[in-house]
Design a protein around this ligand. Structure first.
Ligand code: NAD
Length: 480
């Protein structure tokens, strides 16, 4: 088992307490690494290191900051096989998807490096003898708190935006997927990034995350995770006023109208449902299917689920690995049981693979529920697993009202040959991202972020870069 250290102020350090914790391989349950159990004093060191690095980094010419980001992205690409191996070992992602997501993350970093070079302020002509303009400046020290569902991507996505715009950062990855963060820190250590610009701490959310979010020297908290944690961060960050960029949970509706291309809908929705074992915030959480096509849609979805190959993530034939931990498997299984108890019907899956060696890991079979109704827990709450919840509607139902009847507002899609009808529904849906005949179709150029309990602010794209800047009003008088 390997032992790792944290990366603070350009040095490898243990937790001040000397304590550590282990991370496990979710495919086997075996311990794979030991990491420092950071605490409040370590948070303080890391924030002070980021604060000390801020003046120089924020004044570094944009072209130089962008060059360093391009260098980090290139180093990630050079090491993609090793990084994908670690992500697969620690998180359970099959190797090929892990590789693709890491390549996407390095592409996003290159995008941020390039796009930040075209960010500009604005001139306001309010008075004839006064020039007033808005300067776009970095916010300061950013606490970046990331989830376990796409571990390296989440770190790189946030860092890309923050670093390109001149901020310095303290990153806190989720405890159960911290090893990949330390591997990434090794890459940062090889780059030209000055000491203290990025600091990486390991430890639990309740102590390290909370101390970061409430630290008076932190200017911005960028967090991706559950809505409950988002609300805890809003409360703890409120001891001082900070910028918040929160990417939170979702229970995303996919509405299938009678004239939808069902093959296309199932191909795209099935991919997003079972990718990463259903542990993606944008996965379709609720399928509202018109009664005229309900049975045919369900049959196709079951056929798709049957083709998902559940197995060892290191096996190239595997298309779906385990969920991330024993606790998370228990939570997904509790949702499956609650669906059955509340009267929904499992038409595929619902259990674990029971053959060795998969019975040692945290696997859940792809699962399709029909007969789901609006008040069931599986229809209302985020399951974050490979579980499809299909609800039937008819012409008498206001399907948009049903889709909006949920606390989340991350994303949604409508599937129809009638573009006008699809777009009209899109205007009414209370979500941050919407597609007709697509779902969760993203690129570094496209902003991402939810509304209501799904979060505050946007990530990626020019909009994501702007979240990490603030506007300062500057003015001078034309004398003489
Ligand atoms: P989580 O909320 O449990 O943890 C997220 C991070 O917050 C972790 O690093 C954790 O240690 C930290 N944390 C926990 N408690 C904290 C506290 N009190 N103060 C500060 N930090 C704290 O989320 P998770 O289980 O790792 O990830 C799954 C969740 O993330 C799902 O709800 C999913 O929808 C959401 N998610 C959202 C998006 C998006 O873009 N909207 C993307 C991916 C995941």
């Amino acid at each position: 088992m390997q032992s790792c250290k944290m990366w603070i102020g350009g040095r490898w350090v243990d937790a001040e307490s000397g304590m550590s914790f282990t991370v496990r391989n979710p495919s086997t349950g075996q311990e794979i690494a030991r990491l420092p159990l950071g605490g409040v004093p370590d948070v303080d060191h890391a924030v002070k290191a980021a604060r000390a690095a801020f003046p120089a980094w924020s004044r570094t010419p944009q072209a130089e900051r962008s060059r360093i980001l391009n260098q980090i992205a290139a180093l990630v690409r050079e090491n993609v096989d090793e990084l994908a191996r670690v992500e697969s070992l620690e998180h359970g992602t099959p190797l090929e998807p892990a590789r693709k997501v890491i390549m996407f993350a390095s592409n996003a970093m290159d995008f941020a490096a390039g796009a930040s070079r075209s960010l500009r302020g604005e001139v306001i002509r309010a008075f004839p003898n006064t020039v007033t303009y808005l300067e776009r400046e970095p916010v300061g020290v950013c606490a970046l708190i990331t989830p376990w569902n796409l571990p390296l991507f989440m770190i790189m996505a946030k860092l890309s935006m923050a670093l390109a715009t001149g901020n310095t950062c303290v990153v806190k990855p989720p405890s159960i997927n911290s090893l990949i963060a330390i591997r990434f820190a090794e890459i940062l250590a090889k780059s030209d990034l000055p000491a203290g610009v990025v600091n990486i701490l390991t430890g639990p959310g309740g102590s390290v995350g909370d101390a970061l979010a409430s630290h008076p020297m932190v200017d911005l908290v960028g967090m991706t995770g559950s809505s409950e944690t988002g609300k805890a961060i809003i409360a703890s960050s409120a001891k001082s006023i900070k910028r918040l960029v929160l990417e939170l949970g979702g229970k995303n509706p996919a509405i299938i109208l009678p004239d939808a291309d069902l093959d296309r809908a199932v191909e795209i929705l099935g991919h997003h449902q079972f990718f990463n074992s259903g542990m993606t915030c944008g996965s379709p959480g609720r399928y509202y299917v018109h009664e005229a096509v309900h049975d045919r849609f369900v049959q196709k979805l079951v056929d798709y689920a049957r083709k998902v190959v559940v197995g060892d993530p290191a096996d190239p034939a595997t298309t779906m690995g385990p969920v991330v931990s024993a606790e998370h498997r228990d939570s997904v299984e509790a949702y499956i049981r609650s669906g059955v108890e509340q009267g929904a019907r499992i038409v595929y899956g619902g259990d674990r693979p029971n053959k060795a060696p998969l019975d040692q890991g945290y696997f859940v079979m792809p699962t399709v529920f029909t007969g789901v109704t609006q008040q069931m827990r599986i229809a209302r709450e985020e399951i974050f697993g490979p579980v499809c919840c299909v609800m039937k509607f008819n012409d008498g139902d206001d399907v948009v009202a049903l889709a909006n009847d949920n606390v989340y507002g991350l994303c949604g899609s409508v599937w129809t040959a009638n573009l006008a009808k699809g777009l009209r529904m899109g205007y009414e849906l209370r979500v941050g991202s919407f597609w007709v005949n697509q779902h969760n179709h993203l690129a570094p150029e496209i902003p991402w972020g939810g509304i209501r309990d799904s979060g505050i602010g946007k990530e990626a794209s020019i909009e994501g870069l702007k979240e990490f800047t603030q506007l300062k009003l500057m003015s001078y008088e034309l004398l003489g």
